[in-house]
Design a protein around this ligand. Structure first.
Ligand code: NDP
Length: 243
């Protein structure tokens, strides 16, 4: 089955962190379209139609635990987890404060750890599960001004591979999706000059839509990707190839 094609497996309990907007929302919608029971975490704003919204900040273990309990009560144990919530605090190394570094790591890397740990309990009991961590091309390629962000995103690769080694025999897969430049609120913050210079380095010559990431995530969670684990799948128009 090609990436983006509908999975034969439906009706699963799916949780997407940061599923209220951007890439997370596109991922959540594509699981809804596949017939899954989809829950999203959000911190503020509206809950998208057709999904269960659970308010949670990934920097709080207590809020994550409460969110999972609510999802389990309404949809059953989480079988597909997408750790998508993420932030940037870009600045050059010499200007980067320790808070700029630790806040980004606490959300992007420790946040993923919190949800993965909580989800794994139910997945081990179910004897199946799909964990998909949303990293970034800069996790492997690096980027000036993103020492905090790229370190947090590179950490997700080691996390997925260690999960694979620990839980691979329990029917659980863990993979990383590494997007390049995707049109969302996150990249809307980029100055025009930066945007133009990035565009010149992307072989595809364009940014991608969130839906182009979502198609790969739903494919990874589907039947035909059952033997893929510990992989890093780029969705970057060729920007990071070789890394
Ligand atoms: P957005 O800024 O559009 O959305 C970020 C999402 O993360 C929001 O739903 C936000 O929730 C949530 N979030 C942030 N911090 C927390 C937190 N502490 N607890 C819970 N939720 C939180 O980003 P994108 O959609 O662009 O990015 C999604 C993921 O993809 C991120 O991990 C990002 O690093 C990654 N990525 C994005 C790329 C891009 O080009 N856009 C490229 C490569 C990777 P809220 O609405 O409450 O703020």
């Amino acid at each position: 089955m090609a990436p983006g094609a509908e999975s034969k497996t439906t009706g699963r309990s799916v949780l997407v962190t940061g599923g209220n907007r951007g890439i997370g929302l596109a991922i959540a919608k594509s699981f809804v379209a596949n017939g899954d029971k989809v829950a999203i975490t959000y911190r503020k704003g509206e809950i998208p139609a057709g999904m269960l919204g659970v308010r949670a900040d990934v920097t709080s273990g207590e809020q994550i635990d409460a969110a999972f309990s609510q999802v389990e009560a309404e949809h059953g144990p989480v079988e597909v987890l997408v750790a998508n919530a993420g932030i940037t605090r870009d600045t050059l190394l010499l200007r980067m404060s320790e808070d700029d570094f630790t806040d980004v790591v606490d959300t992007n890397l420790s946040g993923a750890f919190r949800v993965v740990k909580r989800a794994s309990r139910g997945m081990i009991r179910l004897k199946r599960g799909r964990i998909i961590l949303i990293s970034s091309v800069t996790g492997l390629y690096g980027a000036p001004g993103q020492i905090n962000y790229s370190a947090s995103k590179a950490g997700l690769v080691g996390m997925a591979r260690s999960i694979t080694r620990e839980l691979g025999s329990r029917g659980i897969t863990a993979n990383v999706v590494a997007p390049g430049f995707i049109d969302t609120d996150m990249t809307a913050e980029l100055p025009d000059a930066t945007r133009t210079s990035y565009l010149a380095t992307i072989p595809a010559g364009r940014f991608a839509s969130p839906e182009e990431v979502a198609g790969v995530v739903t494919w990874l969670a589907g039947d035909s990707a059952g033997y893929i684990s510990g992989a890093v799948i780029p969705v970057d128009g060729g920007l990071g190839m070789g890394h």
